[in-house]
Design a protein around this ligand. Sequence first.
Ligand code: CTP
Length: 414
Amino acid sequence: MDLDRSQATLQGKRLVLGVTGSIAAYKAVSLLRALTREGASVEVVMTQAATRFVTPLTFEVLSGKRVTTDLFEAHEEMRHLSIPERAHAIIVAPATANFLAKAAVGLADDLLSAMLLTAKCPLVIAPAMDGDMWMNPTVADHVRTLRARGAILLDPEEGPLASGQIAQGRLASESRIVEAVQTALIPQEDWKGQRVLVSAGPTQEAIDPVRFISNRSSGKMGYAIAEAARDRGADVVLVTGPTALAPPCGVKVVSVTTAKEMADALCRHFGSSTVVIMAAAVADFLPKEQAAQKLKKRGRTALSLELETAPDILAMLSAQRTSQVLVGFAAETEHLVSHAKDKLIGKGLDLIIANDVTREGAGFGSDDNAAVILSRTGQQKEFGLMPKRQLADEILTAVQNLRSAQHHSATAVE
Ligand code: CTP
């Protein structure tokens, strides 16, 4: 999104700037000025270690506000509760490896980390540390945990570090941090006017009144897409099979159980949609007959079920489409790209998101996913392991790109 920088974009926003004990703490002084230049009112909270690098007085003078450094200072004001309560966003820059660890596991032994346990506002974290520390697997785990919980965590930049090493560990540039805060606080509207139909979760096909055939889909990917589209201004209908997830607010949720019900619900909303994203793991085979009563095991040593193929919903929608963009998923255990390409063409899709569901840390039930996005125009882009919500935004961006390419070629022909 292009942000309009001609005006103070953070006017009226109350921010907390958390500063932790890294040599990059001096850069937080300039960051504070940049945030106030954008119109924000900024309250600085420092860890004890941060005060070894920069004095609280520097921040106090520049912010015009008292700087808090101690959980027990002015405890009667309950500042660990009152500061986050009135904040629109918390920014921690620089964030040390120690801070990331405390935030990831929920330790609350200083004011800044205690505040995070009560904060409900967006959290932007900009780490800075030595290159080896950033690459350490424990630090990587904490980064993943925080991102999965919704924190906007900016990768540090590569360059010369205090140790003399040239590696990834430098605090993200001031403009990247300010832009992350703007993105978190200024609603994106790039999907406004779009009507997005998303399917999610598994289907359940009854064998008898107590048993069913289903699959391991958790619904997390489809829900993340629905939420991302909502946050970018779209009107969203989410058709979901049975999941353990809370219905996202601001989204019309249609709950279904079987593939047939899912097909009916999707067909009902298809005509009024502009984009359809099929993240559901729909049954491919259904029991040919459903027993009216519970199948008893007495007198049986084995049981054979006769299954028939289920109608392919995406192929069905593709056959009735007018101008909708159609996006499918390919859940594969081998030959990821070639199988996905076959589905992209076979089902008449615009985009397909290919998932290797056997990959550790990705796929069913996981908070993260890795994928290859393929388009009917031949583009192919690979995304490493990332939170499903982040991948959801990448998928929406890929749809946007395809739409604008379509628009350009249409106007070129006119
Ligand atoms: N899909 C569908 N209707 C079905 C089965 C799948 O619309 N009955 C959709 C899924 O939602 C997904 C895409 O088709 O977007 C591909 O699903 P996938 O399970 O990967 O592949 P299948 O088409 O079922 O083929 P196979 O099981 O042989 O891999």
